[in-house]
Design a protein around this ligand. Structure first.
Ligand SMILES: Nc1ncnc2c1ncn2[C@@H]1O[C@H](COP(=O)(O)OP(=O)(O)O)[C@@H](O)[C@H]1O
Ligand SMILES: [Mg+2]
Length: 301
């Protein structure tokens, strides 16, 4: 196995601290063990961001994908979500080892992402088709999957730790977003099992279906919540109001969703998403930050 990209190693250390060093130390052994156990040859990885993901070839020549994750709650939620979705609108699990953080997945071919579609309308309609297949009623048994109430708690903790605001986000906006979470979570609606990170780069061109999702975080809540991550990605430089509104209208129409709920969740989640991007040097995601005000002004219209 050739050495891992520096940036990827840095990301692992930033996110997982000491756990990352332990995992990296045993990485070669993990690769060897996987190759033996599943009788596969692991190839050069895809572009890595948070986890090690690579194509692999089985003895009979068929291809799979191996995903190696530092084990923990997020991984368990991902596996639970993939298991419950059961391949509808999403990649199928071939095998899994929860304790060691190993997923063997069907390989999606050609695998290019939805970000490669230039036509906004076509892309949003394609994403709608995936969402239609994917979303199911939330399971009634207990799972490792967080709910939108957990998101509310995350933002509440951020606002308690940053009483004067965080980065570009004022304390007033933080408070307004916390209140929006509280109001929205208190409104009874039938909860769904959601993907939790359904943006352009987690929808791939496939063969079993034209397009399939990958990489769910798993989330339980309103369907309107699950389109926000898409609305926040692949935005043009400058004013994004027009593009966000166009996407919203397509989702409302195609998926029969409530526009007002979508705008409220959009406002609340884009505040949380921006907070997650604020760095020590003061930089942050400008598209996420700008979207806060787009959702806010659309809501007030
Ligand atoms: N089942 C798959 N088939 C083909 N390519 C995949 C598959 N799963 C992941 N990939 C590729 O690997 C990349 C990273 O995978 P992903 O699960 O999104 O990892 P991360 O959790 O680090 O975001 C994807 O963007 C995609 O290019
Ligand atoms: Mg991903």
């Amino acid at each position: 196995m050739s050495s891992l990209p520096k940036q990827f190693v840095q990301t692992l250390r930033d996110v997982h601290k000491d756990k990352a060093d332990e995992w990296l130390r045993d990485f070669d052994k993990l690769i060897n063990d996987c190759e033996k156990r599943w009788q596969i040859k692991i190839m050069t990885p895809f572009d890595l961001s948070f986890n090690f993901v690579a194509p692999a070839i089985r003895k009979d020549g068929t291809e799979v994908v191996i995903k190696l994750v530092i084990p923990g709650d997020e991984f368990e939620s991902e596996v639970d979500a993939l298991t419950l979705f059961n391949g509808n609108g999403i990649v199928k699990i071939i095998d899994v080892d929860i304790a060691r953080g190993i997923l063997i997945l069907e390989r999606l071919i050609p695998g290019k992402t939805l970000a490669s579609l230039e036509n906004e309308e076509e892309a949003a309609q394609t994403a709608s088709q995936v969402m239609k297949k994917l979303w199911i009623h939330a399971p009634t048994h207990s799972t490792n999957i967080p709910t939108t109430k957990h998101m509310e708690k995350k933002l509440l903790n951020i606002s308690k730790r940053n009483t004067e605001g965080l980065g570009p986000i004022t304390k007033e906006i933080l408070q307004e977003a916390v209140n929006t979470y509280i109001t929205m979570n208190a409104m009874p609606d039938k909860p769904y099992l959601l993907h939790g990170d359904l943006h352009h780069y987690n929808i791939l061109m496939a063969a079993r279906e034209p397009w399939l999702a990958i990489d769910p975080k798993g989330l339980i809540g309103d369907r309107e919540y699950d389109v926000i991550q898409y609305l926040l990605n692949k935005l043009p430089n400058g004013d994004s109001t027009h593009v966000i509104e166009k996407r919203i209208d397509i989702f409302v129409k195609e998926l029969n969703l409530d526009k007002k709920r979508m705008l409220s969740w959009g406002f609340a989640h884009s505040v949380l998403a921006t907070c997650w991007t604020v760095q020590e040097d003061g930089s942050y995601s400008e598209p996420f930050f700008d979207a806060i005000h787009v959702f806010r002004s659309l809501k007030q219209r």
